[in-house]
Design a protein around this ligand. Structure first.
Ligand code: IMP
Length: 206
């Protein structure tokens, strides 16, 4: 079965691809399918809900391509910021800052600034991921979540986004210090993707 993955983010694809490697499901990206980027795509993630955003994205690209489509929406919720930035995680730092430092670095700097005065025990945060699968006759949304603490400075070189600041107290490392395989075992994206994959395999009778 060919399953299209509605993301243009190469860092996410690097994490998703290994989860489908030993299955009959072949992932095709929007780039593989020559699905041209349109300005309206910017507005697909309009909800304050990962699940609604993932479903909107999967439905939109399913309509455009007619293919079985999977989409995900993810982000970080920081307790000291009342759950912000949530689904706005990619657009958290102001555009000028993102232009100056690059998106991920700007977001990390901005987050550190926002919680500068927050004490250790209140620096808790959660990564969330929703994965939506839209087929011709069925659609489903799966979720995953991982809990951590925001450090005072970045640590680690792998991963992307807020990984260098996201500390796992029980392991004593950040998610940027995990390999792709280790991160997938515990991550919000790993949990939601595995649930989507297993549902699809059952649906296909594979
Ligand atoms: P979107 O789902 O493309 O809107 O972007 C999600 C944003 O949330 C990313 O740009 C990151 O800033 C953040 N994010 C989501 N998942 C992760 C993760 O696994 N590690 C670090 N940051 C993440």
């Amino acid at each position: 079965m060919k399953l299209a993955m509605a993301t243009r983010n190469p860092a996410k694809l690097r994490e998703i691809e290994p989860l489908f490697r030993d299955t009959p499901i072949r992932l095709a990206t929007l780039a593989d399918l020559d699905v041209e980027q349109r300005p309206e795509e910017e507005h697909l993630e309009a909800f304050n809900s990962f699940a609604q955003n993932a479903l909107a994205k999967a439905e939109y690209f399913h309509d455009r391509t007619g293919l079985p489509m999977m989409a995900e929406d993810s982000g970080i919720r920081v307790d000291a910021l009342n759950g912000e930035p949530g689904p706005r995680s990619k657009r958290f730092a102001p555009p000028e800052m993102q232009a100056e430092y690059g998106v991920d670095r700007a977001n990390n700097l901005y987050l550190l600034r926002q919680i500068r005065d927050v004490a250790d025990e209140q620096r808790t945060a959660h990564f969330h991921c929703a994965v939506a699968v839209v087929l011709d006759q069925e659609s489903r949304v799966f979720g995953g979540r991982v809990d951590g603490v925001i450090l005072y400075e970045p640590r680690g070189e792998s991963g992307f986004g807020y990984d260098p600041l996201f500390y796992l107290p029980e392991r004593g490392i950040t998610t940027a210090e995990l390999t792709v395989e280790q991160k997938n075992e515990i991550s919000h994206r790993g949990q939601a993707m595995r649930a989507a994959r297993d549902w699809l395999l059952e649906y296909l009778g594979a």
